[in-house]
Design a protein around this ligand. Structure first.
Ligand SMILES: C[S@@+](CC[C@H](N)C(=O)[O-])C[C@H]1O[C@@H](n2cnc3c(N)ncnc32)[C@H](O)[C@@H]1O
Length: 490
């Protein structure tokens, strides 16, 4: 991807994979607001028609960290990755020891930090020598992340720890209200970095000498102020329930925060990257300030909603003309191409197209790939699910259906759905139908649903869905509901 072709793009995918394909030293400013290590249940943002929150297997906002095989390998490879990216040997060795200590004491934190480190190393490679990066986090992990930032970007390139304080959300009766986030601000190369000084009002109780007659230094309430260079403590309103900006995305950040960052650390025409772009606050701010932009998000809901609400309706931008969405296959060839490039991402896309939630991992774990949740009885508080299996290979054998039946027993799931990239051909399809039919049907409210169903990717691209209780054929059972305000109560 060269620098021109990558401008004004919205990518659906893991930012790690997308960034691997981007041109080195091509980005002027990176702002990232990754999922925090907070164990908070973000999943409540999705509800089904029953109004019940869905269980926590949902991939986006998967905010719970474990040292699984993927993370163990990532930790092992980190020092090598650092050396490959030109990070100082001593820093890489320090990082190895840091990770070793965390492994014994805080494995969940280690899983989170190793995930972040892999991606931050990529970001370092993408920044121009004049560029800078703002990592948005909170006190749960900011102190651990700062060590990782020091290792990757160099302690000498640290510029500020910005405190963003706000007043929204609840407060505890057992400690002081936790009402701030932390932004770790680093230059790619301190001294060469772009920085435009911002001014803020500094209030005084009486008129400062010499300012008495100058009306512009008296605010609408008659209070006197002077203009001073901005400090690293920013008091800005968060997106509350009644905020006009609110798009219904649980962790949406205010535009004014992003505008301040973009104005301070970039010039018109520069390229701004947000690798965890959510509902695209950074993109809107960058666009309004005449910067080019790239946004990446792993959640298809974010990418689709973003394009509709933020870019099309609010900014009046046309997809395909003013910007492009990448990574969502629209044709069978596109889906095949995705399978060739990234098998896990293909599975994730297929599951999400059927309104399912991803449960499978990037590393082959032999488990199921996703689930569609539904209530089998009206008012039932426990949700049932259809387990999903995605197969992208050409030679799918009948044992896939047999394995699915075994998985239904194991998972106590009343239904299963099989998604195939390739058509089976008439004869094989007949065999599959017979084997699937033997699993029988599920009766809910007088309607029978085949317990095992099959869809091909061509079906999915035609808009067909699995038939499960709580959904009319072809219509989504999962809806984006009005979620909690942001930042969430701490
Ligand atoms: C805290 S939210 C960002 C909110 C955003 N700043 C806004 O104002 O809307 C974090 C986002 O990161 C996305 N995400 C999580 N892991 C990701 C990954 N590996 N690659 C890309 N996006 C990811 C989530 O889907 C979520 O939308």
């Amino acid at each position: 991807m060269n620098a021109t072709s990558q401008k004004n793009r919205l990518y659906y995918g893991d930012c790690l994979t997308i960034m691997q394909g981007m041109e080195a030293a091509s980005v002027d400013l990176i702002y990232l607001d990754p999922p925090f290590n907070s164990k908070r249940d973000y999943n409540a943002i999705y509800k089904d028609e029953t109004g019940l929150p869905l269980p926590d297997q949902i991939e986006n906002f998967r905010d719970i960290w474990k040292m699984d095989v993927e993370r163990v390998n990532a930790v092992r490879n980190l020092p090598v990755l650092m050396r490959e990216h030109g990070i100082d040997d001593r820093a890489a060795e320090f990082c190895r020891l840091y990770m070793e200590a965390l492994d014994k004491t805080q494995p969940a934190m280690l899983a989170y930090l190793s995930y972040m480190a892999e991606r931050l190393i990529m970001m370092r490679g993408l920044l121009k020598s004049t560029g800078s990066i703002y990592l948005h986090c909170d006190p749960t992990a900011s102190h651990y992340l700062k060590i990782i930032m020091d290792v990757i970007f160099g302690q000498g390139n640290f510029l500020n720890e910005i405190i963003w304080s706000y007043r929204t959300g609840g407060v505890s009766k057992r400690w002081f209200g936790r009402k701030h986030d932390v932004l770790l601000y680093y230059a790619r190369s301190k001294g060469s970095h772009v920085f435009h000084v911002h001014k803020e009002r500094s209030y005084s109780t009486s008129a400062p000498p010499g300012f008495k007659e100058i009306k512009k230094h008296q605010d609408e309430h008659g209070r006197w102020y002077t203009m001073a260079s901005m400090r690293d403590v920013w008091e800005l309103n968060a997106i509350g329930r009644s905020s006009k900006e609110r798009l219904g995305y649980a962790t949406q950040k205010p535009l004014v925060l992003l505008e301040r960052i973009i104005q301070a650390s970039s010039n018109e025409g520069d390229l701004v990257l947000d690798p965890f772009c959510g509902c695209a606050t950074t993109i809107e701010a960058a666009h309004r300030l005449s910067r080019h932009w790239i946004g990446i998000d792993i959640a298809i809901h974010a990418v689709k909603r973003v394009s509709r609400l933020r870019l099309t309706e609010r900014l009046r931008l046309a997809a395909g003309k003013d910007y492009r969405i990448e990574g969502i296959p629209l044709t069978l060839e596109g889906a095949q191409d995705l399978w060739e490039r990234d098998k896990y991402h293909f599975q994730k896309w297929a599951v999400e197209q059927t309104d399912g939630f991803v449960t499978g991992k990037r590393t082959a774990d032999g488990g199921i790939d996703g689930r569609i949740y539904f209530a089998s009885k009206l008012g039932d508080k426990t949700l049932s699910s259809m387990i999903l299996e995605v197969k992208g290979g050409k030679n799918v054998g009948i044992d896939v259906v047999r394995n699915l039946r075994a998985a239904m027993d194991r998972e106590k799931a009343p239904m299963a759905g099989l998604i195939l990239l390739h058509d089976l051909g008439e004869r094989k399809l007949d065999n599959f139908r017979r084997e699937m039919g033997a699993a029988g049907s599920l009766e809910v409210n007088g309607i029978n649903y085949a317990r095992i169903q099959l869809l091909t990717v061509a079906d999915i691209l035609d808009g067909r869905k699995f038939k499960t209780p709580g959904r009319v054929a072809g219509q989504s059972a999962t809806q984006f509901s009005a979620p909690v305000s942001t930042p969430l109560d701490k």
